[in-house]
Design a protein around this ligand. Structure first.
Ligand code: N2P
Length: 361
């Protein structure tokens, strides 16, 4: 009898493994708490396959090829999510499968409804700003008189020249860098005007010889954490994660986060399901799981980005919740701008600008 049971188990195991539902997630690097992934798998028996990208350009490239095979993606509200909504590339969400939708902050959801009427295709996952990660110990030693209070630290060529020795970097993303450059120049961050974009290109090329790298945001986080670079333009939570890792390593690397004095670039990243997702039911289950206050609080505590579930606020680890770099004060947010979605002509100019910047000419 026992032998028969063993035989049956051996025979059935591969069949059962094949029947196990799978959820294919495509998310940003360093943008979830692994415990949350594990807990979802345990609770539901759904197996998660998890891939990562570290720029909107990579995400858009993958999706535009079609049949990505993903069930859940995390595009920024503008430009990527807006374009996908417009192209009909996302599945309308079934709210009857999302009881925790009511936990979302209506005021924040209203802001992204601009590109997704009625919030039909996406829920806000996390949000943040773009600014400078600065290795304070090194930069203070190299330039004690330099005010560390805005993008000038990197974008003024004379500052870049002074600091070049300790390693400067800009993340590799036209979509998430160009708006801050335009704003720093006092121009419209969404401008598609050829003159404005030439000015942005000139500003980037002026510091290009001083840059050690133009890495993807994921690689940049690591370079910042190890102290390999000392000033970098990237995403808020990535800098705060790098700072935490550097502190834990205990080698004296001290990292701070600084945003533009004239108002930072703010972004909202959306949970969305591709129209051709193989397993939309599992994707709905995962979105609803993430919208539980204690789950999204675990995510925010781990990755150091705020979310859109107000009831999670006091469940977030105190050092993260109390960190103004992660949770910017209202006065700063009032000055922030959320970039729009460039049309095809502006997009072409931008991507040419970006290739020339990368090539350094
Ligand atoms: C996570 C970066 C996500 C923020 N590493 C970019 N929208």
């Amino acid at each position: 009898m026992r032998r028969l049971a063993l035989f049956a188990a051996l025979l059935l195991a591969p069949l059962m493994a094949r029947a196990q539902p799978v959820l294919n997630i495509y998310n940003w690097t360093d943008y979830i708490d692994p415990y949350v992934v594990q807990r979802f798998q345990q609770e539901t028996g759904i197996r998660i396959r998890y891939d990562v990208y570290d720029s909107l350009e990579t995400l858009e490239g993958k999706l535009s090829a079609g049949r990505s095979g993903y069930d859940l993606i995390v595009p920024t509200s503008e430009p990527t999510f807006a374009r996908l909504v417009r192209a009909g590339a996302l599945l309308p969400l079934d709210r009857t499968k999302l009881p925790n939708w009511r936990n979302l902050d209506p005021a924040l959801m209203e802001r992204v409804a601009k590109v997704d009427p009625g919030n039909a295709h996406g829920a806000i996952y996390l949000w943040g700003t773009v600014g400078l990660g600065i290795r304070l110990d090194k930069v203070r030693a190299l330039a004690p008189d330099l005010a560390l209070d805005g993008l000038d630290v990197l974008l003024k060529p004379e500052n870049a020249r002074r600091l070049a020795g300790c390693g400067l970097a800009v993340m590799d993303s036209a979509a998430d860098v160009v708006p801050s450059i335009l704003r720093w120049l006092g121009r419209d961050p969404d401008s598609g005007d050829a003159g404005d974009l030439r000015a942005a290109e000139a500003a980037l090329l002026a510091i290009r010889p001083q840059l050690r790298a133009i890495p993807g945001s994921g690689a940049l986080l690591n370079m910042l954490a190890t102290g390999e670079i000392c000033v970098a333009l990237t995403y808020s939570g990535d800098v705060i994660q790098a700072a935490a890792r550097a502190r834990e390593a205990g080698r004296g690397v001290e990292i701070g986060y600084v945003v533009s004095k004239t108002g930072p670039h703010q972004f909202f990243d959306m949970l969305a399901i591709p129209a051709d997702a193989p397993n939309p039911a599992a994707a709905h289950a995962f979105i609803d799981f993430l919208l539980r206050p204690e789950i999204i609080a675990a995510v925010s505590s781990h990755v150091r980005y705020p979310n859109a579930v107000p009831a999670s606020r006091f469940l977030i680890a105190e050092p993260v919740r109390e960190d103004p770099a992660a949770f910017p004060p209202e006065a700063l947010l009032a000055q922030a701008f959320v970039p729009g979605t460039p049309g095809p002509a502006a997009e072409r100019l931008r991507s040419r600008l970006w290739s020339r910047f990368r090539a350094g000419r």
